[in-house]
Design a protein around this ligand. Sequence first.
Ligand SMILES: [Zn+2]
Length: 414
Amino acid sequence: MKSLFSVSVLIPVLSISMIFNSWAQNPDFPWPEGKRMALSLSFDDARASNPDPGAALLDEYGVKATFYVVPSGMESDIAAWKEVVASGHEIGNHSLYHPCSGNFVWSRNKALEDYTLERMRSELSAANEEVERLLGVRPEVFAYPCGLTYVGKGERTQSYVPLIAEMFLSGRGWKDEAPVDPYYADMAQLTGMEMDNKSFEEILPLIEAAAENRQWLVLAGHETRTEGNQTTYLSMLRKLAAYANDPANGIWIAPVGEVAKYVKEKRAEMEGNLNIPGISRPAEGETIYLTAEKGKGIGPDIKYMPEWNAFGWFTAEDRVEWDLDLPEKGKYEVWMEWSVSDEEAGKPFVLTSGEQTLEGIVKPSGSWETFQKTKIGELALEEDFNRIIVASGEDFDEGALMDLKALTLVPVGK
Ligand SMILES: [Zn+2]
């Protein structure tokens, strides 16, 4: 169990939330140069004040931002927008016509309720082409107009998030209430927190909380002026840029696309060594691998050990849960991969799935470092949602139950 020692070194203080959020057991996200967080500034619609004084002010501090543009908004001053690009800022797509809910009176003749996915796709492509024609760069990132992610109405409503996932590196929302978790976030639904009409003193707590949690804060605004509606104040931007540039604050400030690429790269490097619980969706007739990486550890003393890709188990109240979404019902052989020392072996375990239970004894595997795989029984799983839970079969006062690496479910018929 020496592996547990290094986990506790990584995370010296266990909080209550960790018991329920096992992904909080992952190491702090590795932002570049040991920074504590990422911060992106973004501005929507291609407002007239964005190139100057907005981008011009950021240039004084060497800060690069993301401007999500509606191409028609730039037409009055293309030269100024070319300057924005030349200074190294990112240009994102914010749609061709800025369609929002018809509840906004100004959006009634371009209401999302009247859109189809195909119309959205063709307008997003047209917006990309128009930006490229005007500025010579092709947007890789998108921000949802009004933060709305649907087309259609009632029973025929559809999400256009999958379209954004297909066409862009990332999609950003609006007036969201939490920063982006770099391990967990869906790139097509990055949260965007409002920075319009706020003082630096109002923004600072958001930054401090994101730094504390090693997150990515994407701030979103519109005009860049000294006052007015839907306006990110220049006085706030000055203080924020100076604060972000102070190395003591540990902030990596960069455009959305740059951070999104970095996050994707790091996630790929760490794949297999992180605990990110989530539902498994196997195809029909496929062998199902319920790895510890995808399991949810719940209880007072259960820990995911990245060096072993396994859960280590210390009390009878601890359990691991896996959620499954199956295309059809079927029977499966259940294989368990575990390790245990000779002296801790022999305690009962129980696996449950709905009304079914499989009981067994944790047999010796040789050592904590030697994993064995054995068949522990058969389960009939349902179409749609299944939850599989592994726990101790009885109370125990001392020692450990086992290290559990994976369950493998092999289909054996209907
Ligand atoms: Zn907008």
